[in-house]
Design a protein around this ligand. Structure first.
Ligand code: AMP
Ligand code: ZN
Ligand code: FE
Ligand code: FE
Length: 279
C-alpha cells in the first residue's frame, strides 16, 4: 500500500509529520508522500522519520492555482525541498494568505463573531493558515456547531467573510514544481468542471501538458471506479504518469483514512515506479 497525497500539521492536517509516518508504518504502508498545501515545512521531519522507521517518504506539495476564477490543485513530487526558488515562491503564497486572513477576521468581528489573528495563528500552528483553521476556531468559540456550518454561513465562496486569495496561474504552479526539479501532477481531477466531459478534460490536460504537467491523480478517495477508469484512459492517451492518494487530513477529515481513503481506495504500489521513471 502507498499513499501519495497526505496533509500534516504543517498545513491543515492534525498529525505532525513524525506522527504521520509512524501511522503509515502501523498501517503497513510502503511509501507516503507529504503534500501539504503551499508549504514543504513538514518534509524534513517526515524524511527523517521515514529513514528511522523504514518507510519511504517522498517530498511533495499541493499548490492551489487559479482556474477560471475557481481553484485547481497541482501536486508536486521529488523536487529539491531546499531549492531557494521553491522556498521563495512558497513564501509568496504564504504572503497571499497573510494578506487575506486579517480581512476575514475583521469581517467576522464586524458580524459580531469575536476572533483574533493571534487565536487563528494558535489554531493553525504552522505557517500556512487558512479557512479550515478559522472554521475550527469558530467551532471552538461556539459561534457555529460544525466546521461545515462555518463554511456554509460565513467562509464559502460568496459568503460574508469570504475574501478571494491571490493565486498563481496553472502555468506558474507547474513551473514552480518543475523548476525545483520536481514532477507536477493534476490533483483530484473530479473536482474540475471539465471532468464532467472527458473531451473537455482531455483538452485541459493537453494545455497543462504544454506547461510541463507530467501526471494525473487517477486514484483518489472521492473518485468512483468509473471516474478512475476514465482518468486512467486519459493518462494512457496523453502519456501522463498516474498517481494516487487519499488526501488524509487526520481528525480534520475523519472520514478519510491514510492509505485506504473511504475504505475502498486501493492505490497500486506500481504507480511509484512510474513516478520514479519520470523523476
Ligand atoms: P483556503 O486554502 O484557506 O482557501 O482553504 C481551502 C480549504 O477549505 C479547502 O481545501 C477545503 O478543505 C476547505 N473548503 C473550501 N470550501 C469549502 C466548503 N464550501 N465547505 C467545506 N470546506 C471547504
Ligand atoms: Zn487540506
Ligand atoms: Fe486538494
Ligand atoms: Fe489535499
Amino acid at each position: 500500500m502507498i499513499d501519495l497525497h497526505v496533509h500534516t500539521t504543517a498545513s491543515d492536517g492534525t498529525l505532525t509529520p513524525g506522527e504521520l509516518v509512524a501511522l503509515a508504518r502501523e498501517k503497513g504502508l510502503r511509501a507516503v508522500a507529504i503534500t501539504d498545501h503551499d508549504t514543504v515545512d513538514g518534509v524534513g521531519e517526515a524524511l527523517e522519520a521515514g529513514s528511522r522507521l523504514g518507510i519511504e517518504v517522498i517530498p511533495g506539495v499541493e499548490i492551489s492555482v487559479d482556474h477560471k476564477g475557481g481553484e485547481m490543485h497541482i501536486l508536486g513530487y521529488y523536487f529539491n525541498p531546499q531549492s531557494p526558488y521553491l522556498l521563495e515562491q512558497l513564501n509568496l503564497l504564504q504572503e497571499y494568505r497573510n494578506q487575506r486572513n486579517p480581512k476575514m477576521v475583521d469581517r467576522l468581528n464586524q458580524l459580531g463573531l469575536k476572533v483574533t489573528l493571534e487565536e487563528l495563528e494558535g489554531e493553525a500552528g504552522g505557517k500556512v493558515i487558512g479557512r479550515p483553521h478559522l472554521a475550527s476556531l469558530m467551532v471552538k468559540k461556539g459561534y457555529v456547531r460544525t466546521k461545515q456550518e462555518a463554511f456554509d454561513r460565513y467562509l464559502a465562496t460568496g459568503k460574508p467573510a469570504y475574501f478571494k486569495k491571490e493565486k498563481l496561474t496553472p502555468a506558474e504552479g507547474i513551473e514552480l514544481v518543475t523548476k525545483a526539479g520536481g514532477l507536477a501532477v493534476l490533483a483530484h481531477p473530479k473536482y474540475l468542471k471539465e471532468a464532467a466531459q472527458p473531451q473537455q478534460l482531455a483538452e485541459l490536460l493537453e494545455e497543462l501538458k504544454g506547461f510541463g504537467l507530467k501526471g494525473i491523480e487517477a486514484y483518489y478517495s472521492a473518485h468512483k471506479p468509473k471516474e478512475t477508469a476514465c482518468y486512467l484512459e486519459l493518462a494512457g492517451k496523453l502519456g501522463l504518469v498516474v498517481t494516487g492518494g487519499s488526501d488524509f487530513h487526520g481528525a480534520n477529515k475523519p472520514e478519510i483514512n491514510l492509505g485506504t481513503g473511504d475504505g475502498n481506495l486501493l492505490i497500486p504500489d506500481e504507480l511509484l515506479r512510474g513516478l520514479k521513471r519520470n523523476e
